[in-house]
Design a protein around this ligand. Structure first.
Ligand SMILES: [Zn+2]
Ligand SMILES: [Zn+2]
Ligand SMILES: [Zn+2]
Length: 183
């Protein structure tokens, strides 16, 4: 049963206790980065907006890429400042930090929906996988040991179509890329 209204905040963890949901509608898509920061009770600063914009435009980007993108939009900004913003936004639930085995940390702005990731062993491309629609089977364990479970971190591994065909992906042919190969 869906009880999530478009007004729900990404940091509102009560959604898990109210009803176990897998895939939330993209209620955040229409929100500006400023609005997302305010909804999380975070002060709106230019570095925060620039970092959030960068991650929204480049899902699963790593820190180095985010620093590059933010420098492109803000001009000078220290690597440490970007690290600090990434940490603050992750702690507040505005960003989700993922770290597939063998990969550096990556960030995404799609939060709170228990989606999973599919990673290419060949080129490192990461794509989102919806858990299921209407229910989150991965959150239902045989025995929860009394824990209140709010996330199942699942990574599917394989080869993207380009790598499976034994050729370089047309875009994003290295492990640091977050770009999906285009067909
Ligand atoms: Zn690949
Ligand atoms: Zn994702
Ligand atoms: Zn799942």
């Amino acid at each position: 049963m869906r009880t999530v209204s478009p007004g729900i905040r990404s940091t509102d963890t009560s959604i898990w206790s109210d009803s176990i949901l897998c895939t939330l509608p993209s209620v955040h898509e229409a929100q500006s980065s400023e609005e997302r920061l305010r909804a999380a009770a975070l002060r709106v600063t230019r570095p925060r907006v620039a970092v959030l914009d960068a991650v929204r435009e480049h899902p699963h980007a790593d820190t180095d890429s985010i620093v590059r993108i933010v420098r492109g939009s803000l001009g000078t900004v220290s690597t440490q400042a970007v690290y600090d913003v990434l940490r603050a936004l992750s702690t507040a639930g505005v960003l989700r930090r993922i770290e597939p085995a063998g990969s550096v940390a990556r960030y995404e702005a799609r939060v709170g929906d228990n989606h999973h990731h599919l990673v290419c062993r060949g080129c490192g491309t990461i794509v989102d996988i919806d858990c299921a629609v209407g229910a989150a089977p991965c959150l239902l364990t045989d025995d929860d040991h009394g824990y209140v479970i709010d996330e199942a971190e699942i990574t599917f591994w394989g080869l993207c179509p380009a790598c499976a065909r034994g050729r370089e992906p047309s875009i994003g042919g290295d492990i640091t890329s977050t770009t999906q190969p285009e067909e």
